[in-house]
Design a binder for this molecule. Sequence first.
Ligand code: ZN
Ligand code: MN
Length: 132
Amino acid sequence: MEKYKHLGLKLTPQRLAILSYLDGNKEHPSAEDIYKAMSKDFPTMSFATVYNTLETLRDKGGVLELTIDPNKKRYDPNTAAHHHLICMKCKRIIDIHKEFSLNIPDEMTEGFDLVGNHVELYGICPKCKKSS
Ligand code: ZN
Ligand code: MN
């Protein structure tokens, strides 16, 4: 939770609950997932509260918004550089910690200084492979 302090968020009990749910979470949950998880302890929390908190967090750099799942945005509290692999059937997303050396010829980058990359990999997970 310490890592969210410097973001300058107003920490309401509801926001704290969302932050502690996200802290160390490797599931890449959607806003709906988080809303469902919150509804046990905070039955009055609205979906808008969850969504707005995620947008604020994203804007402040506290969470990554992933678009690798075509059906819904997914959120990643791990903001350090890494890549993602998604199962095209069940939409499970796992982290890929590897440095890819992408050699982009200078004439393609039109003078940009490259500062990073995010590789999205697609596949079928073992569970889905078994059940198909
Ligand atoms: Zn799967
Ligand atoms: Mn991740």
